[in-house]
Ligand binder design. Structure first.
Ligand code: ADP
Ligand code: 5GP
Length: 190
């Protein structure tokens, strides 16, 4: 089995981790995105099955749990399941690339314990809860109910910042891109 390194980006929803992860993937072809399985609805125009997520029905997801196909999975919001597939990570390593995860905090802690020293876990921090609400609303993807679930969960997620290897404060986006690139390069060169 070949094994590369792992980069775990975690944060409350709306902090900017997907934006940062997409930038890193566009910049560095040695990185590969771990496409998670999810039971949430696809965001119509912006998301593609097999690129952003593997969108599964709840029955399909349950079957994968039974088959022990996940490294970790969580019911992140009521009725919405998300999980990291073992074979997805192997696919990326077999291509000779390092794997990048975009996951919520509990899954990120599990991934860090699973990969240990091979992984760098980065907590993406938004400057304030007000800014988080502004970004989530500005993204225009959430219903009133889903927005309030995300903000409610964010309070708990923010309290776990010190469980990760490093914090990246995402205020000015260009500076965040630079900081993220440096974190990745330094860890790869270790
Ligand atoms: P997450 O993946 O953590 O849920 P996203 O990457 O989807 O977050 O970002 C949430 C929204 O905030 C998006 O509309 C994105 O364009 C915007 N955003 C990300 N980073 C910044 C930033 N530094 N300043 C302002 N807006 C940002
Ligand atoms: P969204 O619905 O905004 O795409 O994602 C909601 C949350 O689920 C985000 O914090 C995202 O990072 C997280 N997430 C995505 N995939 C996984 C996964 O495989 N496992 C876990 N634990 N969380 C995930």
């Amino acid at each position: 089995m070949t094994q590369g390194k792992a980069f775990i980006f975690t944060a409350p929803s709306g902090s900017g981790k997907t934006t940062i992860v997409k930038h890193l993937l566009a910049k560095n072809s040695n990185l590969g995105f771990s496409i998670s399985a999810s039971t949430r609805d696809k965001r119509g125009r912006t998301e593609t099955h097999g690129k952003d997520y593997y969108f599964l029905s709840k029955d399909e997801f349950r079957q994968k749990i039974e088959d022990d196909a996940f490294i970790e999975w969580e019911e992140v919001y009521t009725g919405n399941y998300y999980g990291t597939l073992k074979e997805e990570v192997q696919r990326i390593w077999d291509e000779g690339r390092h794997v990048v995860f975009d996951v919520e905090v509990k899954g990120a802690q599990k991934l860090k314990s699973y990969f240990g020293e091979h992984a760098l876990a980065v907590f993406v921090k938004v400057p304030s809860m007000e800014e988080l609400a502004k970004r989530l609303k500005g993204r225009g993807t959430e219903s009133a109910d889903s927005l309030s679930q995300r903000l409610y969960r964010a309070e708990f997620e923010m309290s776990l910042e010190n469980k990760f290897d490093v914090t990246l404060v995402n205020e000015n986006l260009d500076e965040s891109f630079e900081k993220a690139e440096k974190l990745v390069n330094d860890f790869l060169n270790q």
